[in-house]
Design a protein around this ligand. Structure first.
Ligand code: AMP
Length: 214
């Protein structure tokens, strides 16, 4: 089963994708994570996209489509979760063609709905474990007092360079201008499902589970 998690930054796509990996053996394909990895490993591409990402702009379609294309030839597990991809109509078309070429299909596009005020609050309070990716929030889920990640025990909490109000404003603009048209695109294809992304992580996971059982 291949699915897209669609939604603005901070909607909870990464958190839900990680659960699906654990519970259904699916493979998370997060272009944001791939680009961040390219940055830290100092590749030529990583250097080229760093400033673009920090501003909150989108990197070129060509780069992210190339990253996804590479992964589609790798292990498939219980299917792919596309997290943060596609973000433009050109990427959506490319994904359709790539899946076709691999004899695969898209089973569902899950739009995670959250309002802007919640996004700002979530993102500016967000930190993650640098080792396992567990997500914390200064207000609703603070980092443990003993300084160790509840999941893996590492003591390496990080905040993303683009998780500040200024970059977030730009990321939201990019979402509304370039990514939100995908809602209509997939609705017209009959693939779109909507879940309320504002609830507790478990409730959102249950709503996504229900969609996947259908
Ligand atoms: P994310 O982790 O999904 O919030 O992505 C972080 C940043 O990486 C975005 O603000 C973009 O600069 C870049 N990025 C991630 N995925 C894409 C994509 N599919 N298309 C273009 N840029 C992307």
């Amino acid at each position: 089963m291949n699915i897209i998690l669609l939604g603005p930054p901070g909607a909870g796509k990464g958190t839900q994708a990680r659960r699906l990996v654990e519970e259904r053996d699916m493979i998370q394909l997060s272009t944001g994570d791939m680009l961040r990895e390219a940055r830290t490993s100092g590749t030529e591409m990583g250097k080229r996209v760093a400033a673009v990402m920090d501003r909150g702009d989108l990197v070129t379609d060509e780069i992210v489509i190339g990253l996804i294309e590479e992964k589609l030839s790798g292990p498939q597990g219980g299917g792919f979760i596309f997290d943060g991809f596609p973000r433009t109509l050109a990427q959506a078309d490319a994904l359709g063609e790539l899946l076709d070429r691999h004899g695969s299909t898209l089973d569902a596009v899950i739009e995670m709905q959250v309002d802007d005020a919640a996004l700002v609050a979530r993102i500016t309070a967000r930190s993650t474990c640098g080792n396992c990716g567990e997500v914390y929030n200064d207000i609703t889920r603070p980092q443990p007092a003993d300084g160790k990640c509840v999941k893996c025990g590492a003591s390496d909490f990080r905040r993303r360079a683009d998780d500040n109000e200024e970059s977030l404003k730009q990321r939201l603009m990019e979402y509304y201008k370039k990514t939100s048209p995908l809602i209509g695109y997939y609705y017209a294809k009959g693939d779109l499902e909507r879940v309320d992304g504002l609830g507790e992580v478990d409730d959102v996971a249950a709503a996504i589970g229900k969609v996947l059982e259908q």
